[in-house]
Design a protein around this ligand. Structure first.
Ligand SMILES: Nc1ncnc2c1ncn2[C@@H]1O[C@H](COP(=O)(O)OP(=O)(O)OP(=O)(O)O)[C@@H](O)[C@H]1O
Ligand SMILES: [Mg+2]
Length: 290
């Protein structure tokens, strides 16, 4: 099984509250994992508070996906312990799987079906009542109502990603894992996904996301941890992380807009509708003609 199959792992219902429900949503201690000689995780420790967004940062090959795979029971650790929603990943994997959903880097949506049909299908597979209503609610929540009846093959990358995240929410899993949720998306689509993730956490869902983008962690995360050479080398709030650097000096510099500023100004950062991408192209064409 690969990380591209979020729905299979997602829940049918939230497991009953346990005694551990008061503790952190995710608890990781002394986690170790090697692939043959390659020691990827060498003692990883962190906790994620319920209802918070935790960003796991690290360069390519740091072991982020390995951590996510262990936490979602796709992979066994060599040493250490990990629990999700109060359930031990090694001894209570079924309870863990019922508590989570996993969204990988590439959208796991069906191209031939419409966005709405994808959502209805997943709701049916989970034996939920009123799959149509669930689908319509999610389409609205992710600004896909207008695009809902269209085949996913006509969606932009950002729309697919939003649909993918929407699909992983069916059944209200208390914990969601997003492995590089915005890799490959344009700045506007990234902002749309960020907004969706923020709304999730506001609704009480615990989110663990991995990313290589510092600005993504900065935008979203309550806490940020950096995985480097098999261990968490920093773990704290953004403010704490910034304190690790020397205090800012006041300098007068002429601030050039970043490419992202320019891009967002030209295409308009506000649009979040299903047809936003179409609209933005029109806008860009107009400005180019001037
Ligand atoms: N099944 C496997 N067999 C052997 N080596 C593996 C396997 N899976 C991962 N690795 C190696 O383990 C290391 C960590 O991989 P992992 O996918 O966890 O990194 P990552 O931080 O998610 O990287 P990326 O940012 O590129 O997604 C890499 O060197 C990778 O090549
Ligand atoms: Mg990865």
């Amino acid at each position: 099984m690969t990380l591209r199959q979020p729905s299979i792992l997602a829940v049918m219902s939230i497991p009953p509250a346990t005694n551990q429900a008061q503790g952190p949503a995710i608890h990781v201690q002394g986690l170790e994992k090697s692939y043959k000689e390659l020691r990827v995780l060498r003692g990883v420790d962190f906790d994620v508070a319920r209802g918070s967004i935790f960003a796991l940062l690290g360069s390519n090959g740091a072991g982020k996906t390995t951590v996510v795979k262990i936490l979602s029971t796709l992979l066994k650790a060599d040493a250490g312990t990990a629990s999700v929603n109060g359930f031990d990943v090694a001894t209570q994997p079924a309870d863990v799987r019922e508590s989570i959903s996993l969204t990988g880097q590439f959208a796991a949506v069906d191209e031939i079906l419409s966005g709405r049909e994808n959502l209805v299908l997943v709701a049916r597979l989970r034996h939920l009542k009123n799959p149509g209503t669930i689908a319509d609610d999610l389409l609205e929540r992710f600004s896909l109502t207008e695009a809902g009846a269209r085949k996913v093959s006509t969606y932009s990358g950002g729309m697919r990603r939003r649909l993918d995240i929407a699909m992983s929410l069916i059944g209200n899993p208390p914990v969601i894992f997003l492995d590089e949720p915005t890799t490959g998306l344009d700045p506007q689509a990234r902002i749309e996904v960020w907004q969706a993730v923020k709304e999730l956490a506001e609704g009480g869902t615990t989110v663990l996301l991995t990313t290589q983008y510092l600005d993504e962690a900065e935008q979203l995360a309550d806490r940020i941890a950096i995985l480097h050479e098999g261990r968490i080398i920093v773990n704290g709030t953004l403010a704490k992380l910034k304190q690790l650097l020397p205090p800012a000096k006041v300098e007068y510099v002429e601030k050039q807009p970043t490419l992202e500023d320019v891009f967002l100004t030209l295409v308009g950062a506000g649009g979040k509708d299903g047809d936003a991408d179409k609209g933005s192209h029109d806008h860009k064409t107009t400005s180019n003609k001037k």
